[in-house]
Structure formats: C-alpha cells, structure tokens
Design a protein around this ligand. Structure first.
Ligand code: HEC
Ligand SMILES: [Cu+2]
Length: 339
C-alpha cells in the first residue's frame, strides 16, 4: 500500500505536535488561572485573555513542534565538526512569518482597545466611593453621607467609581474577582470603574509592596443587592452602624432595643467588627495571636485610657487616628475584653 503521508517528515511532526498540543491544552484547561469574574470588566478582560492565550498556544505548539523535531532529526552526527550547509533566506517564508503576526497584532490591538473603551465607559448614575490606602489598612468613604467604613459595600448591577488615594506610600487596590487593580499614589486621585455582577464577599488586596505589613494589608468588598445597599446606606447614614452590610441586615432583623444596645458606646461586639476592619491587618487572630505586624493584645497591662491614647496617637509602626468617636469607644472596649 502506498504511504498516505506526502513527506517522511509528516508523521513524526504530527506525533510530536499532538503531544505538545496535549501538554499545552492540559496546562490551559486543568488549572484555574483566574478567579470567577464578579464584574463586567473582569468578564471582558478574561475573554480577551482567553483569546490571547489560545492564539499564542497555536503558535507555541507549531513552533515548538518544528524545533523539537529539527533538533532531533538534523543534529550533527558524533564527531562531525564541519559547518552546516549555507542557507540564504527564504522569501516566501519570510513574507508569511511577517504578515501573519502583523495581522494578529492589529486584531489584538483593536480588540484590546474595544475592551478598554468599554471597561472605562462611565455610567451616569455611577456610585462614587473614596478608597484610602495607608500602612497597612484600607478605608472607604461615601461622599455626601459622612460614612467611613473598613469594608467596601457596593450594590450589584450599578457602576462604582472608585477614587483611589494613598495617605503615605504607594499601595495598589486589587480585587481579583473584579479583574481590576490600580495604584494608590500620594497626591494622585486614581479613578477605577467597576460594574459588580455577583452578590458576594471578595478580598481587597494590596498588591504593591508598601512596608512590613504589606502582606496583611487586606480588606473586604461586599457586593449586595440594591435593596440591601439602600438599607445599609440609611442605617450607616443615621450613624446606627459603622459595620458591614451583614451586620446592618442583622440590626434590621433584630428588634429596636437590641439594635440600640448593640451600638451603645463601648460595645464589645461592635468593637470586634471595627477591630477586624481597621486593626486585624496588623494584630493577628483579632488581636489574640502573635505573628502579625503588631503584638498580641492579650495578657498585657493595658488600661482603657491608655488604649485610647495609643489609638489616637499611634506608636512606632502603628498609625494614629485609624478610628475615632463611637468606633474608638467600641474598639477600645473590645481590646479590653480580650485583654
Ligand atoms: C500598621 C499596623 C497596625 C495597625 C493597623 C494597628 N496596630 Fe496596634 N500596634 C501595632 C504595633 C507595631 C504595635 C507596637 C507598637 C510599639 O510598641 O512600638 C501596636 C501596639 C498596640 C497596642 C499596645 C500594646 C501594648 O503593648 O501596649 C494596642 C492596644 C493596639 N496596638 C491596638 C490597636 C488597635 C485597637 C488598632 C485598630 C484601631 C490597631 N492597634 C491597629 C501595629 C498596628
Ligand atoms: Cu499597601
């Protein structure tokens, strides 16, 4: 029977190609490279990334296959010290390997531009939130409401316009699930747009080395339903709670006297929430464990007044003024309760 392949190179090239393609595809498909997208921006960016990845994968497989085959097939025999045959260019090949990447690059440039344009399209009803970064904590302000929190609360399905600022050194605001990150630079108002699509709690990470506490500079973003957001906003505005949307919901569910008692000055439970948001980055295990940037706060000769002075003024690496007012009373009460 006549051989079905046109050249003696075809079969080995196909075999090597299949193996390289299988290994490449396995890496692509078996590893979760990106977290599930929780914003419109993340969805577009990961589709672009998938397109880039698979176009690269095709060329990677083609080129690697030819290289592996050539290295094996055309290697110099043992003891052969002679030069290889002189080969001077191949016009057809050169045109092809210039034209194909050029077309691909233009396609990627246009596609990338479209994604960027859509990701940064500003909605008329965007919710403006100030994001403050400082060693080693995040805080958020809602302009016109007086609300300051340690957890970013945003409604699902509405654009959030984040104004990212730094109070000391350069930090970087990053929510992996949102597919967006941006530097917080002292003196610069860096604007990021995010359209959250999925209710849930996601981590906020500092992704710019900013000092000893960098690795613990974390906070949370809660994406809640528009109704829950309104409830949280109203409660927070009234100064009833400075906690999270969940605690606001809990306060709503509870009867009125309980809600009042839970937020009376010096409340330990409320203080714990504040501690988690503002102090937990440095004091590990909610202040009960060693190993953070700051010391373990149990078994120390602390006084309530001393703790408040320390929170106001700061000490060493610990910045002063992280909390004030009711939050200060509550967090001080929490510290005394674990001490
Ligand atoms: C940036 C990291 C950081 C943050 C954020 C932080 N601390 Fe500290 N904390 C420290 C360090 C470091 C010390 C030790 C300071 C020293 O003795 O030089 C400390 C010390 C303390 C002490 C005194 C312990 C003692 O030995 O007297 C208390 C109380 C305390 N922190 C409470 C808090 C509270 C409450 C918060 C939140 C409002 C907070 N810290 C936020 C880093 C931090
Ligand atoms: Cu940082």
């Amino acid at each position: 029977m006549a051989p079905v392949y046109k050249s003696k190179h075809t079969l080995p090239l196909v075999i090597i190609g299949v193996i390289v393609a299988a290994l490449t595809a396995a890496q692509a498909l078996l590893i979760d490279w990106l977290p599930p997208a929780a914003s419109e921006q993340a969805g577009r960016t990961s589709t672009l990334l998938t397109f880039l990845f698979w176009s690269s994968a095709v060329f990677f497989v083609l080129i690697t296959t030819v290289i592996i085959y050539s290295v094996w097939k055309f290697r110099a025999p043992k003891g052969d010290m002679s030069d290889g045959p002189p080969i001077h260019g191949n016009t057809k090949l050169e045109i092809v390997w210039t034209a194909v990447p050029s077309v691909l690059l233009v396609v990627v440039a246009i596609y990338g531009y479209i994604v960027l344009e859509r990701n940064e399209a500003v909605a008329a009803d965007a919710l403006k939130v100030d994001v403050y970064a400082q060693q080693f904590a995040w805080s958020y302000g809602y302009p016109g409401t007086g609300i300051q929190t340690g957890v970013l609360v945003v409604p699902e399905g509405r654009q959030v316009e984040l104004h990212v600022r730094a109070r000391d050194v350069i930090h970087n605001f990053w929510v992996p699930e949102f597919g967006i990150k941006g530097d917080a630079v002292p003196g610069i108002d860096h604007v990021l747009w995010i359209n959250p699509t999925k209710v849930g709690t996601y981590p906020v990470v500092c992704s710019e080395l900013c000092g000893v506490g960098h690795s613990v500079m974390r906070s949370k973003v809660e994406v809640v339903t528009p109704a829950a957001f309104q409830t949280w906003l109203t409660k927070s505005k009234a100064g009833v709670t400075q906690g999270t949307a969940q605690s606001a919901a809990a306060a709503t569910a509870a009867n009125a006297p309980a809600a009042t008692a839970a937020n009376a000055p010096g409340d330990v439970a409320a203080g714990k929430t504040v501690f988690e948001a503002k102090c937990g980055g440095c004091h590990a295990g909610l202040g009960t464990e060693a190993g953070g940037v700051g010391p373990k706060l149990t078994g120390l000769p602390l006084t309530l007044a001393g703790v408040k002075t320390q929170i106001t003024n700061g000490k060493g690496i610990m910045p002063g003024g992280l909390v004030s007012g009711t939050d200060m009373d509550n967090v001080a009460a929490y510290v005394m309760s674990i001490n």
